[in-house]
Unconditional design. Structure first.
Length: 354
């Protein structure tokens, strides 16, 4: 998870922008650097304030939890039913030790936002420990769900969503959202970067004249800015997104993506949208982070002699970090070359846009 270490009122407010009012108020009271009483509140609890990195990471997990419970029609509280839904949504996407870590973060933030009697969330700690124990027995390999989707599958879903938006006629939010989600998937497959980098893209980052996407160092985990080539089809769709769909709301901000009403999205918004549509269409929820897995697997399965290429595509520090994908790739048989799919999609989408 990339970390925004900036510590200003605006950044702390962004942490909790989608939270219930009482939770947002509590969070600001504890972490807003402009509040002179925040350190006294920590002292009254006999606890040390969380550093900015801890704040950001725990807030991201809580935001993700809220996306789950709201999607299931549950209350905005940390409850057994909500935690069960959260586990169901994430157990197919992450390793058990990662899921146990999420629950640890969730328990810590629930206790901070809702200080009450001691051990009010002991039940959540018990669940976390049970999952952590299972994680100890889990083989250290990539999750089996990587067997259930490929880069071609993701590309197909992106094309389907864009077709549906183009065919739907006048732009309402459902059509704008479908086009956005489809374009997110296509770009995520062709230019695999981490979710934070994609969420924070600005208009200046997407260079249609040179057909490149620029990822600034502040949004890249390695802190090395990089340029990704933008294929002709994706460049055409980006231009269509900007002139027809994004322009529908005429947003005043400079973010490339928009959420409902034209607002800039938070990472959890795109995460929830992509996992929902991939679950519906592929039978497994694929998070944006897993697009990188699909890209590496495609390369190492179709061109095993070009394993080093995956290292460059993913911007890994060394080939050793890429080799873990090779075992999975050897078990997959791609039905079509990605280039063939792109060529076919290119023709179809140009026709649909006439």
């Amino acid at each position: 998870m990339s970390v925004n270490t900036a510590h200003t009122h605006a950044h702390v407010l962004q942490d909790c922008a989608t939270w219930p009012a009482h939770a947002r108020t509590r969070w600001l009271a504890l972490f807003d650097p402009d509040d002179p009483k925040r350190l006294r509140r920590w002292a009254s609890m006999k606890r040390s304030p969380w550093v900015r990195q801890t704040q950001y990471q725990k807030a991201a997990v809580y935001t993700r939890y809220l996306v789950t419970v709201r999607g299931r029609g549950l209350a905005d509280t940390v409850s057994p039913n909500g935690v069960l839904a959260f586990i169901e949504d994430h157990e197919s996407m992450v390793r058990l030790d990662t899921l146990a870590g999420y629950l640890k973060e969730l328990k810590a933030i629930a206790e901070l936002l809702d200080p009450g009697q001691d051990d009010a969330y002991a039940w959540l700690g018990n669940i976390r420990r049970a999952i952590a124990a299972d994680a100890e027995r889990q083989p250290k390999v990539k999750t089996a769900n990587l067997m259930r989707f490929t880069a071609e599958d993701l590309h197909r879903v992106g094309v389907e969503l864009i077709h549906e938006a183009l065919d739907a006629g006048p732009q309402g939010w459902p059509q704008i959202q479908a086009f956005r989600n489809g374009l997110c998937i296509l770009l995520g497959v062709m230019c695999p970067e981490r979710p934070r980098a994609w969420t924070n893209l600005t208009l200046d980052n997407v260079k249609l004249d040179t057909q490149q996407v620029h990822f600034p160092s502040k949004d890249v985990k390695t802190k090395n800015a990089n340029e990704r080539p933008l294929p002709a089809l994706e460049a055409l769709l980006c231009e269509l997104w900007l002139t027809r769909y994004r322009a529908h709301y005429a947003p005043a901000h400079d973010r490339f993506w928009i959420a409902r009403g034209g607002q800039p999205p938070v990472q959890a918004t795109l995460y929830a949208a992509i996992t929902r549509v991939t679950r519906e269409r592929l039978g497994v929820a694929v998070s944006p982070q897993r697009f990188r897995d699909a890209a590496a697997t495609f390369i190492t399965s179709e061109m095993p002699e070009r394993e080093k290429l995956a290292t460059h595509v993913l911007r890994h520090a060394s080939p050793e970090m890429t080799r873990k994908y090779t075992t999975t790739a050897n078990q997959l048989t791609a039905s079509l070359q990605l280039a063939e799919i792109l060529d076919a999609a290119h023709m179809d989408l140009r026709g649909a846009n006439r």
